[in-house]
Design a protein around this ligand. Sequence first.
Ligand SMILES: [Zn+2]
Length: 168
Amino acid sequence: MNATTEKPKATLSKPTELLFWLAARSHSLAEQFGVQLIDEQTFRCGTCHADLPHADEDCPKCGSKVAEPTGAFKERLKIFPQPRPWLTPVHPSRPNELTFNPEVYAKSLSDCSEYTEHMRRFILNVWLRNPTYAKTKGWEFDLFKAMRGLDSNNLDAVAFIIRYPQWP
Ligand SMILES: [Zn+2]
């Protein structure tokens, strides 16, 4: 192991991070993106009741070491290490800030089952927000065709993303 060759940790552009959160709702896309949504217990300080970002650290407000579970859960996105050739640098000067690259991603469209392909076309169109452009590239998403075969998890994911207030 050589510390000098260690690459700095890559970060995702904001829109790409959001796309990962959305993709995690579909089991087909979660597998390709290498992500999982996890419900995590939240904690508060046992002394001053401030919300604690980490249960294993002292309270940032009063220094108390006592954390207690709130009984509430929040979603956390777990990102697994795996190759993602469709993430490319936002700008050559910032090689560690990665963004979703639709041109590269589109190469994966037919590299899967027919119904996984519907989901891949869907998330690609969520990113593009430009059905005319998608059509000229042959990347269009056909909701009615997709509906005939998608399982309930993927249909729920499509419905969730369509309703999602921050997208577009
Ligand atoms: Zn406290």
